[in-house]
Write a protein that binds this ligand. Structure first.
Ligand SMILES: *[C@@H]1O[C@H](CO)[C@@H](O)[C@H](O)[C@H]1NC(C)=O
Ligand SMILES: *[C@@H]1O[C@H](CO)[C@@H](O)[C@H](O)[C@H]1NC(C)=O
Length: 201
């Protein structure tokens, strides 16, 4: 039961945004355990930041998006491409208000749902963006105290419907990330799953 996700970049890049809570921690193992203990609060993904000795716990209450769920506090309109450090990104998932439910079925994940600020653009579109030309994926986590954490992945690609939108990527780019762990690793090479279609047990 897992879903990859987030926000993605245009031409060159893809972008994802994660809402996260921080807790102190000493290792990825410890962070993963904290996440497990907070499962009922909805924690489904953890990352460890060695510089600050902190755990990032993604608070995804309705859906399970290892690697992050987009909750961006900045109320920007994000269906449009955004510029980050001189690169143009297309956002594939964005959550800013925390009201829209991401606990949806297969058809909605294929088609996309949401509005201008909180949305998932849809698997079909993500496949169109990344299927034949893999993109850079950027995941942004904004904590409740407004710190931004970033992870980037090269070669992110989502195959078509006949593979149930299998996702893969080339590598976790540690030099442009300030988390130390690859929180998408568990989903690499997996099919997409939703509450009504678990394709990756
Ligand atoms: C993480 O990296 C981003 C992008 O370089 C930077 O804006 C942000 O401040 C960094 N976060 C922390 C907590 O250092
Ligand atoms: C895709 O998912 C469906 C429903 O879960 C399953 O029946 C089918 O075998 C899967 N396709 C592939 C290529 O694994």
């Amino acid at each position: 039961m897992s879903r990859f996700l987030l926000a993605v970049g245009f031409s060159l890049c893809l972008l994802t945004v994660v809402s996260a809570e921080t807790a102190s921690g000493g290792s990825l193992t410890e962070c993963a355990l904290k996440c497990k203990l907070q499962f009922l609060k909805g924690c489904s993904a953890a990352a460890f930041v060695s510089g600050t000795q902190k755990c990032l716990l993604a608070d995804t209450t309705n859906a399970d998006f290892p690697g992050g769920v987009a909750v961006r506090k900045q109320a920007a309109s994000t269906q449009d491409p955004v510029q980050i450090e001189g690169r143009t990104f297309k956002i594939i998932q964005h959550r800013s208000k925390g009201v829209l439910s991401f606990g949806r079925g297969w058809t909605e994940y294929e088609d996309g749902f949401g509005d201008e600020t909180d949305f998932w653009i849809g698997l079909r579109k993500i496949h169109q963006l990344t299927g034949s030309s893999p993109k850079l994926l950027r995941v942004e986590a904004v904590t409740w105290s407004d710190e931004l954490y970033v992870c980037e992945y090269s070669g992110f690609t989502v195959a078509d419907a006949s593979t149930n939108y299998t996702m893969t990527y080339t590598s976790y780019l540690s030099s442009s990330s300030n988390t130390t762990s690859d929180s998408l690793a568990d989903n690499k090479g997996r099919q997409f799953s939703t509450i009504d279609r678990d394709n990756d047990q």
